[in-house]
Design a protein around this ligand. Structure first.
Ligand SMILES: C[S@@+](CC[C@H](N)C(=O)[O-])C[C@H]1O[C@@H](n2cnc3c(N)ncnc32)[C@H](O)[C@@H]1O
Length: 199
């Protein structure tokens, strides 16, 4: 995540927490915690909480043979990717343990446990067709009126990047009439919920 997107995420999340005190935030897809540092800082400075959801086994593109594979994240005892130790170290270094609750689970499973409405939901999990459809259906309904739905890697033009977050999260949110776009920075989009009927 480029710094310009992280700073925008921090500002948007801080604003949402201030407007909706008492409601938590959710991040879907933390990897090693880079975006979590911005969101966690927003939660901490507003006395809110961030549920940071990830199964920590990495997405498809993080696996061996793919573009974003990092050998140092492989757990030698299982030979599988495990980003949890690095994620926890990031939280400790950033002194965010009191503001971020690591939720180690499949996104859908976590969504069934986090039953509260949320002030801010950032979706940056699996970027394929099915995971983006699942994440939209699971998490968008939790965004409170006035809350924000933030989406990463939104590319309207296929020449710029994969289409699934655009097609399966951004578009249905906007087309529902329940969200309006507030902010667009690089591939980050932040939408604000204005109605709550359909999604
Ligand atoms: C693009 S990375 C997140 C990057 C992070 N937001 C950042 O900016 O630093 C996607 C993450 O989503 C996680 N992920 C993918 N599919 C998931 C699922 N179905 N449930 C939980 N986590 C998932 C992967 O393990 C990976 O860590």
């Amino acid at each position: 995540m480029p710094e310009v997107e992280g700073d925008a995420l921090f500002d948007a999340a801080s604003q949402a927490c201030a407007e909706l005190p008492g409601l938590p935030m959710v991040e879907v897809g933390t990897y090693c915690g880079r975006s979590t540092v911005w969101l966690g800082a927003a939660a901490q400075s507003n006395k809110s909480l961030l549920f940071a959801v990830d199964h920590h086994s990495g997405s498809e593109e993080n696996q061996k043979g793919w573009e974003w594979f990092d050998e140092s994240l492989v757990d030698l005892s299982t030979q599988r990717l495990n980003t949890l130790p690095t994620f926890l170290a990031t939280l400790r270094r950033a002194q965010l343990d009191d503001a971020v609750v690591p939720f180690v689970a499949e996104s859908l499973v976590a969504s069934m446990q986090i039953i509260s409405e949320v002030a801010f939901c950032f979706i940056d999990g699996g970027h394929g067709e099915t995971p983006t459809q699942i994440d939209f259906a699971a998490w968008a309904p939790k965004v409170a009126i006035g809350g924000r739905l933030a989406i990463h890697d939104v590319f309207a033009d296929p020449r710029d990047g994969g289409q699934a977050p655009y097609r399966n999260i951004y578009r249905p949110a906007i087309d529902s009439g329940e969200f309006v776009e507030m902010l667009s920075v690089a591939s980050l989009r932040v939408l604000r919920r204005v109605e709550k009927n359909l999604v």
